[in-house]
Write a protein that binds this ligand. Structure first.
Ligand SMILES: Cc1ncc(COP(=O)(O)O)c(C=O)c1O
Length: 497
């Protein structure tokens, strides 16, 4: 293969190679399953260093366009997007919700945990990554255990292990967020980071802004704290900022809770401009931002740096986790807290549970330091992209036209919006009788009451095909029966007149 490189260009050579191959793949000139030139071959042909080719292939792999087969080389993925539209029709009504009710997180979480143990269940409801078995886990865990054995016989620092905080700081720099390890606090999953921060900033009766829909686990904490919630609707670009400003002015809330990258449940990632405007509004109305990017790292395409990267007034707390990229069972999350609040939040953490498990922290550190994490993420993104595409194809094929859905560029979920008259609770219950578990979208709205489903697309192609086919059949059945009821009601009205 001959690639014409412009060595005078300001564009780095590895990017030129990446762009050239990416174009060939997207245009179908390089087809699924086709082998790419070997690293040595391409480096000789193009007269560049082998590391340059490795860098370009690494980027293509991270984007899910190619994959490596050990000992055989690199191959083009089955990422074809033909057969389904890549344009989201997500355009929900822009209604603001004011509520003191959180939603039904605990009920849904418990029901989902129980249902996961049913034999042969197809689980579209959960929020965790595919289990690849993590080949190296045993070795990594053993090494981590050996290194941290002394620490197990002592209590550790509440802020978390320095090595881990240093490694996290390196990941964050790559995501465009420059922080020092001192500004990072390790928590028991990001749920604890949410809980500690919300408890720290919010008093009963305070107003808090959330996106609607939003992560139901956060709604549960807010309800527990006695907060009053203003749900600002999502648009396809993120939270509706015009409505946000109106409510910032009228209600003077204490906190804005936002998921700027790969939003749960819609999968939407906001643009750099949206982030700047959101922060500007928060500054103008002196409102803190809690940015919860639990799905950061699972993006198929480059994403802007977190809002925290733009924050020079210590207004933003940034939260993330290893639950979505490694394993939720380790319970390792973290928050970035700058300025005076850092000290206060470490105090809260100490009073809460002293510190996160020494072993869990050591295992995550070992994953990060050994380079396995980077490889694992690449594999996860490739597999997630293929699954997302399979699910989009199945939705086009089996779902009725009146249902719309988002097209997430990463993460684990897509969000389907149903006509409001469809009884979502009944549909979810009936789906479970066919062994299909879906997350009832009502739980993601303060006070519930909306008709939607969140679907985790990280499944095998067989499960996606089978599960979406059954869901599509159910939705059509309910649509027909509701339409019949409506028609009969109209007939009745005519007769009554
Ligand atoms: C947006 C968001 N934040 C936080 C969490 C909590 O995750 P963990 O406590 O496992 O880090 C989740 C889990 O689903 C989530 O989706």
């Amino acid at each position: 293969m001959n690639i014409l490189l412009n060595r005078q260009s300001s564009e780095p050579v590895y990017l030129q190679i990446y762009n050239y191959l990416s174009r060939l793949i997207h245009s179908g000139k390089l087809q699924a399953g086709q082998k790419l030139p070997s690293i040595r071959g391409l480096s000789q042909n193009t007269q560049v260093n082998k590391l340059t080719v490795i860098e370009a292939y690494g980027l293509l792999e991270a984007e899910g366009l190619i994959h490596a087969r050990p000992g055989s080389g690199y191959f083009v993925n089955h990422t074809t997007t033909s057969g389904f539209k890549l344009h989201s029709t997500f355009a929900p009504a822009q209604e603001v919700i004011i509520s003191e009710k959180g939603g039904s997180f605990i009920e849904q979480y418990t029901a989902s945990l129980q249902a996961q143990h049913y034999p042969d269940v197809i689980d579209f409801s959960s929020g965790f990554p595919r289990n690849f078995g993590l080949d190296h886990l045993q070795k990594i865990a053993k090494r981590a255990m050996t290194k941290s054995i002394d620490g197990l016989f002592r209590y550790d620092f509440p802020q978390g292990q320095l090595v881990l905080r240093q490694l996290i700081a390196q990941i964050l720099v790559q995501q465009g967020l420059e922080v020092s390890p001192e500004e990072i606090i390790i928590t028991n999953g990001s749920e604890q980071a949410l809980s500690l921060t919300m408890q720290y900033y919010i008093q009963p009766g305070d107003w808090v802004i959330v996106e609607t829909p939003t992560y139901h686990g956060a709604l549960g904490i807010l309800e527990n704290l006695g907060a009053k919630v203003i749900g600002i609707p999502m648009t396809a670009e993120g939270m509706n900022l015009e409505l946000l400003e109106i409510y910032l002015k009228s209600h003077r809330p204490k906190l804005i809770y936002t998921i700027s990258t790969l939003h749960n449940p819609t999968g939407i990632t906001t643009s750099q401009t949206h982030r700047q405007n959101l922060l500007a509004l928060a500054q103008q109305y002196e409102c803190r931002i809690l940015e919860d990017n639990a799905y950061e790292g699972l993006n198929f395409e480059p994403v802007p740096a977190p809002i925290k990267a733009l924050d020079i007034n210590d207004l933003v707390i940034y939260i993330s986790t290893f639950s979505k990229t490694l394993m939720p069972g380790l319970r390792v999350g973290y928050m970035v807290v700058t300025g005076e609040h850092n000290r206060h939040l470490i105090k809260q953490k100490t009073l809460h549970d002293m510190h996160v498990s020494t072993v869990s922290q050591a295992i995550v550190s070992e994953f990060l330091a050994s380079g396995h994490y980077r490889r694992h993420l690449n594999r996860l993104r490739t597999s997630n992209l293929q699954s997302r595409n399979s699910m989009l194809q199945a939705l086009e094929l089996y779902f009725p036209e009146s249902i719309t859905w988002t097209i997430p560029k990463g993460g684990l979920f897509l969000w389907t919006h149903l006509p409001d008259y469809l009884p979502i609770q009944e549909i979810c219950r009936e789906a479970l009788s066919y062994n299909i578990l879906v997350a009832n979208g009502a739980a993601f709205f303060p006070g519930g009451g909306y008709s939607a489903m969140r679907l985790n697309f990280c499944q095998t192609p067989e499960n996606i095909e089978q599960g979406i086919e059954v869901l599509g059949r159910l939705l059509k059945k309910y649509l027909v029966s509701k339409l019949n009821i409506k028609t009969n009601e109209q007939k009745f009205k005519l007769v009554a007149c």
